[in-house]
Design a protein around this ligand. Structure first.
Ligand SMILES: Cc1cc2nc3c(=O)[nH]c(=O)nc-3n(C[C@H](O)[C@H](O)[C@H](O)COP(=O)(O)OP(=O)(O)OC[C@H]3O[C@@H](n4cnc5c(N)ncnc54)[C@H](O)[C@@H]3O)c2cc1C
Length: 439
C-alpha cells in the first residue's frame, strides 16, 4: 500500500528518533493532531545510546506508566557506575541508588537505543498514529502570511502545518532554514575543532567464562591511557525473542586517531589487550571477543543552538528538540535522555500554546502566546548548557592520558568521592531529574 501524507496538519514532526517519538507520544496524550515523518525506510538500528536515565523514564511514565516498566524488563539496571584505573584500582563507584528518595528509577538503565525506539514506536502506533517512513523533508517555506509552514518532501508531497518540530538530528536542515546558529559553546566555532573526540562503539560477544573484572550487572569505565574503555552489559535475546543474559556487551572505546569505519574484532581486541580490563593486571585475563555484532565510529564535539524557537510573522513555529539543538560526547549517557525529556516537554508546550493562541487571537494578546514558546527556548537551552558542561567534565576524566595532569585528576577524583555528598550530587546530575520544567 502506498503511504500518502495528508496535505495539512496542526503539527508536523520531522524525525522519528527518540526525541520526535517522545513528542509524538506527548501530542497524542494531549489529543493534538500531528504527522510524524522520517527519511529512513525504517527505524534506527545502529549502535548509539545504551544508557537511559531516571528523568527519561519518569517523563515517559507520565504518558504511559507501562512503557518504563517494559523498557526496564528488556534492560539491565546499573545501580553503580564503576571507574577503575589501568591497574584495576577503584577510582570511584558512583551509586545511582542515592537518588532513591526522588524516583523509583534509582539506576541507569542499560538498554540499546534501537530497543527504546522500538518500544516507543509501538506506543505511537497503539495510539492510532502511523509513522511515515521514507519521507525526507527537503524544503520549507512560510505560507498564508507566515501563519503556516509548507514542507516539501523528496516524494513530491507537500504538507502544511502550524508547528514544525525539528527532531531531525544534529545535521538538522530545519535549524539551518530557521537561521539558528549551532556553535561550540566554549570556542564559539561552528566547524570541526582540534578537540573533537573520536571513539568506537561496538556490540560484541565475549567468550565464556567471562573474567570477573568485567561486571555483568553494571557499567564499568577504565581510564588511564589513550582514552576510555567502557563495558556496558546488555540483555541478549534467545531465538524466541525472550530476554536472556549471555556475554553481550556494548563497548565504547576512546581512540586518539581515526578508526576504521566499521572496526573488526582484531581492531577492537587490540585495544582491549593494550588498555582494557586485565591488560595491566596479572589477576585476570583480558576478555576475548568471539563475535562483533555491530560496530561504528563517531567523531563529535559539543555544540548548542542560540535558541530553540523560530517564529514566522503570522505565528507559525519551527521548534527544535533533541540533537537538532545540542550535541556532545557520549560520556554520562545524556543525549537521548535529554531528547526524550525535551520531546515530552515540547508536547506540553505546544498544547499550552495551541490553547492560548486561540484565546489570544480572539482577545488580541498574542504576547502571552509568544512568551510560552520563549520560556521553552530559555529553559531547554539552559538545561542543555548545563548538560554539556557535565559531559565535558566527564570527558576530561575519560580521556585519561599519561603524565602528571591526568594522574592528579584521577587522584583528586578518588579523594573527592570519599565525601558522600559528592556522590549524591553527581548521581542527581546524571539522572537529569533536576531538569524538569518547574510548574
Ligand atoms: C556513539 C553514541 C553513543 C551515545 N550514547 C548515549 C547514551 O548512552 N545515552 C543517551 O542518552 N544518549 C546517547 N547518545 C546520544 C543519542 O544517540 C542521541 O542524542 C539521540 O539519538 C538523539 O535523538 P534525536 O531523536 O534527537 O535525533 P536522531 O536520533 O538523530 O534522529 C533524527 C531523525 O531525523 C531523521 N531525519 C533527519 N533529517 C530528516 C529530513 N530532512 N526529513 C525527514 N527525516 C529526517 C533521521 O532519519 C533520524 O531518524 C549517544 C550518541 C552516540 C553517537
Amino acid at each position: 500500500m502506498i503511504d500518502r501524507l495528508p496535505s495539512s496538519t496542526e503539527v508536523c514532526i520531522v524525525g522519528a528518533g527518540p526525541s520526535g517519538l517522545a513528542c509524538a507520544l506527548g501530542l497524542a496524550a494531549h489529543k493534538i493532531p500531528f504527522v510524524i515523518v522520517d527519511a529512513l525506510e525504517a527505524g534506527h538500528n545502529s549502535s548509539r545510546a545504551v544508557l537511559v536515565q531516571a528523568s527519561a523514564l519518569e517523563a515517559l511514565g507520565t504518558l504511559h506508566p507501562q512503557l518504563p516498566e517494559e523498557l526496564i524488563s528488556a534492560g539491565i539496571q546499573s545501580k553503580t557506575l564503576t571507574t577503575i584505573d589501568l591497574q584495576e584500582r577503584l577510582v570511584f563507584r558512583l551509586r545511582m541508588t542515592d537518588i532513591a528518595a526522588y524516583t523509583k528509577y534509582a539506576f541507569s538503565l542499560l538498554i540499546p537505543q534501537h530497543k527504546v525506539e522500538h518500544q516507543m514506536r509501538e506506543y505511537v502506533r497503539g495510539g492510532g498514529n502511523s509513522i511515515h517512513w521514507g519521507k525526507r523533508a527537503t524544503d520549507v517555506k512560510e505560507v498564508v502570511e507566515g501563519s503556516q509552514y509548507e514542507l516539501r518532501f523528496e516524494s513530491g508531497e507537500v504538507l502544511t502545518a502550524r508547528y514544525v518540530v525539528a527532531a531531525d538530528g544534529s545535521k538538522s536542515f530545519l535549524r539551518a532554514f530557521a537561521g539558528i546558529r549551532f556553535i561550540d559553546p566554549y570556542t564559539k566555532e561552528a566547524g570541526p575543532g582540534k578537540n573533537d573526540l573520536s571513539f568506537v562503539v561496538a556490540d560484541v560477544l565475549f567468550a565464556s567464562p567471562l573474567p570477573t573484572n568485567v561486571p555483568r550487572d553494571g557499567l564499568q569505565m577504565m581510564i588511564g591511557a589513550g582514552g576510555v574503555v567502557l563495558t556496558a552489559p546488555m540483555r541478549g535475546e534467545g531465538s524466541d525473542g525472550a530476554p536472556q543474559n549471555n556475554n553481550l556487551f556494548r563497548l565504547y572505546l576512546g581512540v586518539p586517531d581515526t578508526p576504521p569505519r566499521s572496526p573488526d574484532a582484531a581492531y577492537l581486541q587490540a585495544i582491549l589487550d593494550a588498555r582494557g580490563p586485565g591488560s595491566h593486571s596479572k589477576l585476570h585475563p583480558v576478555p576475548h571477543i568471539t563475535k562483533v555484532l555491530d560496530s561504528s565510529r563517531y567523531r563529535t564535539r559539543p555544540a548548542l543552538v542560540d535558541r530553540y524557537v523560530h517564529r514566522a510573522k503570522g505565528g507559525a513555529y519551527i521548534l527544535l528538540v533533541g540533537d537538532s539543538a545540542h550535541r556532545h560526547g557520549p560520556a554520562g549517557g545524556q543525549g537521548m535522555n535529554m531528547g526524550i525529556c525535551e520531546g515530552v516537554e515540547l508536547a506540553q508546550v505546544i498544547n499550552e500554546h495551541h490553547r492560548s493562541a486561540f484565546d489570544a487571537e480572539k482577545s488580541g494578546t498574542t504576547h502571552d502566546a509568544v512568551q510560552i514558546m520563549d520560556a521553552y527556548s530559555t529553559h531547554r537551552r539552559s538545561v542543555a548548557a548545563q548538560v554539556i558542561d557535565l559531559v565535558e567534565s566527564m570527558t576530561q576524566v575519560e580521556k585519561g592520558g599519561r603524565g602528571w595532569g591526568p594522574y592528579f585528576r584521577v587522584t583528586a577524583l578518588w579523594a573527592i568521592f570519599k565525601v558522600p555528598f559528592v556522590n549524591g550530587v553527581l548521581a542527581w546530575k546524571i539522572s537529569g531529574l533536576g531538569h524538569a520544567k518547574k510548574a
